[in-house]
Design a protein around this ligand. Structure first.
Ligand SMILES: Nc1ncnc2c1ncn2[C@@H]1O[C@H](COP(=O)(O)OP(=O)(O)OP(=O)(O)O)[C@@H](O)[C@H]1O
Ligand SMILES: [Mg+2]
Length: 321
């Protein structure tokens, strides 16, 4: 069964996509046998584009999976690398929450009609709001369908992949909640600026709610600083975050990611994650260090055990950026 990893933060631009695609790349190179599925759930489609996947007009996307228009198998596309598949996203996902609401309204109406039929001889039982709520809750928890909308949908492909890695949009609403409700591990990136710490605490609180409600197996893999550079502000914010994670027993990744000046440019030029195109690159090396740290924590296996890494590509203090 695949290990389901996700990168989530309710803030834009903190590196969710960059980390998702480079984790996929680093796992690909470190575990040459592994089959990886990258699932893009963000309407911006950035991780889709990173693997040079172009979404044709009539092609299924994650939107169709959410809306029950298509199965996961029908939506997956192959990339240039035969060990990496992508489940793409495009701007259709901007409309997901509206469309899902409409779908949801129809479902509620159907429940209501079935309730009326069931209680037609004793309607007084459901003729008050509280009475109706009680009966509805007995039948189904409406929020379960909404915030756990991917439940079971990846089960059929779980045996085909070793890793399923989800990129998420910068929010904590339906899409991210649904991903967190089926993930094994969430990595929480943040930028150590003035608002970064707040964002992480909100995200973790949401993770804990979802964990309790839908997904007791979800592990907070750790908090990961990105775009770090040598300033007093960053040092101060990192210090505050480490105190927070320590106090609350969350892991803080040693393998922080520095702000790279050349990275964005390289990503575009090569059309693939830098961990795949140039594992020896100084920036890519941070991800190989992260892979080792994640592995030590048991985050790369389903049973939480450390794995043997067949290709160790982390070479301390080697490589040029
Ligand atoms: N460590 C870094 N050094 C330099 N540039 C970075 C770094 N991390 C991310 N970036 C750049 O910052 C921008 C935002 O990163 P990315 O798209 O990964 O963030 P995101 O959290 O996925 O954003 P969104 O919420 O909009 O999806 C990108 O142009 C990316 O190349
Ligand atoms: Mg992104």
């Amino acid at each position: 069964m695949a290990v389901v990893l996700t990168v989530a933060a309710n803030k834009g631009g903190v590196g969710k996509t960059l980390i998702t695609i480079n984790l996929a790349g680093a796992i690909r190179r470190s575990f040459p046998e592994a089959k990886i599925l990258v699932v893009d759930t963000d309407a911006q489609g950035n991780s889709t584009k990173s693997f040079r996947v172009k979404v044709a007009k009539d092609q299924n996307t994650i939107y169709d999976v959410f809306m029950d228009n298509a199965t996961v198998e029908e939506t997956i596309v192959q990339t240039y690398d035969d060990h990496i598949d992508v489940l793409p996203a495009n701007s259709d996902n901007n409309y997901l929450e509206f469309d899902k609401m409409e779908q949801f309204r129809d479902t509620i109406l159907e429940w209501f009609v079935s309730l009326l039929k069931k209680f037609k001889d004793n309607l007084t039982e459901i003729m008050t709001v509280s009475g109706l709520k009680k009966k509805m809750n007995n039948i189904i928890d409406p929020s379960a369908n909404y915030f756990n909308a991917l439940d079971g949908k990846f089960d059929n492909v779980s045996d085909k992949y070793d890793y399923i890695i989800f990129d998420t949009p910068p929010e904590l609403k339906q899409v991210t909640s649904s991903v967190l409700s089926i993930a094994d591990v969430v990595i929480v990136p943040y930028e150590p600026d003035l608002n970064g710490v707040d964002g992480v605490t909100h995200l973790i609180s949401r993770v804990n709610t979802l964990k309790e409600k839908y997904n007791p197996n979800l592990r907070i893999g750790g908090v990961l600083a990105n775009k770090v550079y040598n300033t007093n502000l960053h040092a101060k914010m990192i210090n505050a975050m480490m105190k927070y994670t320590n106090r609350n027993n969350y892991h803080y990744f040693d393998s922080e990611l520095p702000r790279s000046i050349t990275f964005a440019d390289k990503l575009v030029r090569n059309g693939m994650p830098i961990t795949m195109s140039s594992p020896e690159n100084k920036f890519a090396q941070h991800f190989y260090k992260l892979i080792i740290e994640m592995n030590k924590l048991g985050l790369l296996s389903k049973n939480g055990k450390e794995l043997e890494i067949p290709h160790k590509l982390y070479v301390e203090s080697d490589g040029e950026e």
